[in-house]
Structures are given as C-alpha cells and as structure tokens.
Write a protein that binds this ligand. Structure first.
Ligand code: GAR
Length: 194
C-alpha cells in the first residue's frame, strides 16, 4: 500500500528531495501529497513544484496566535489525509493545537543526537564543541513529535557522524546532510513497512 506523506519545510529542502527521489524510485512505498512551507522563499517549494507535488506557502497572519496558526495548518493538512507528516527542516515549534490531530504521526529530523544541541544551528554548535574538545562526534536523529518540546520525543533512529581534525564547518555540514538523507529515507521505509 502506498502511504501518503505531507512534508513540512522551511528552507532548502535537500531532505525533501531525498524523500521525493526515494518515492520516485519506488524505494519508499509512499507518495508526497503536499509540501508546505512557512517561508515563501523556501527553495524546497521549487523542488516540490518541479516534482509535480502541490507546493504551499502557509503564511502566519499577523493577527493570528501561534495556536490559531497551528489549528488552521492542521485543518489544511487533514484535507490531504496523510499517513505521516514529516518535518524536514521545518523550523517552527508545533503546539498541541496541531499535534493533537496527528498522534504518533509527526516525524522530525534533527542534525544532532538525542538531547544534544536541540534547536537551530545544531551543526555549528557541534563543530564548536568539537573544537573545544567537548565532543568527539555528532550525529543525526529521527524522532516522533509528541509535544512542543524542541527536537525531543521518542527516537526512531540515530546515526553517529564522525568529526575529523581537518574538518571545516562546510565539510562537516556536508557529511551530516548526507547522513540525514539516508537515515530519513531508511527510517520512513521501516516505519511504512510495519
Ligand atoms: C536539516 O539539517 C534538518 O535536520 C534541520 O534543518 C536542515 C534542513 O535542511 N532541522 C532542524 O534543525 C530542526 N531543528 P534541508 O532544508 O536541506 O532539508
């Protein structure tokens, strides 16, 4: 059976691309039924459009509270009847006004290991911590989103990413993103096969 995925993004969308490619190659038994961004300029919207997938900029109204936005977003997403909602670089915290509609069905990707470097700029912070001798490696995780905790929730998969003495921030970023693309697709694959 083909599962329906809605992917939420805020930016470049390289992880969205990994999902789109895996669906197109029949590596994932799924189809992306909508891509939604809170940011009008997200390049991921172009990727969705080019893949023939509905691409939506879902803008927060000035008059709207965070919970009102989340409730309106959930209502919109419900019309796509998704099996899972994948946060692939979605940089907004979702409240229960959204999450209560999709228990155990919202999946987040984060470029760090559980409990370390939650929030934004996780790779930069890991690189800095490595240079200070505080860590020897970083990693990537995929987890369920039960509540509005930041990059926190039941872990579905993790992968360690080594940091080398001659790494630059750019080389580390490249390695983390490559790892993410593989881990996200593989985790979705095992989830969808259950
Ligand atoms: C990815 O590294 C993802 O893990 C991260 O945003 C990047 C999006 O890249 N997400 C977070 O930091 C969530 N806290 P992409 O737009 O190229 O997929």
């Amino acid at each position: 059976m083909t599962s329906r995925l809605v992917v939420l993004i805020s930016g470049y969308g390289s992880n969205l691309q990994a999902i789109l490619d895996a669906c197109a190659a029949d590596e994932l038994p799924a189809s992306v039924v909508a891509v939604i961004s809170n940011n009008a300029d997200a390049y991921g919207l172009v990727r969705a459009y080019e893949a023939g997938v509905k691409a939506i900029h879902f803008q927060k109204l000035e008059s709207e509270s965070r919970r009102d936005y989340d409730a309106r977003l959930a209502e919109d997403i419900l019309t796509y009847a998704p099996n899972y909602i994948v946060l692939a670089g979605w940089m907004r915290i979702l409240t229960s006004a959204f999450l209560d509609h999709f228990p155990n069905r919202v999946i987040n990707l984060h470029p760090a290991l559980p409990g370390v470097f939650p929030g934004t700029h996780a790779i930069d912070r890991a690189f800095e911590a490595y240079q200070k001798g505080q860590i020897r490696h970083t990693g990537v995780m995929v987890h369920l989103v039960p509540d509005d905790g930041v990059d926190d929730g039941p872990v579905l998969a993790t992968e360690i990413v080594p940091i080398h003495p001659n790494d630059t921030l750019e080389s580390l970023e490249g390695r983390v993103h490559e790892t993410e693309h593989i881990l996200l697709v593989n985790t979705l694959k095992s989830l969808l096969q259950k």
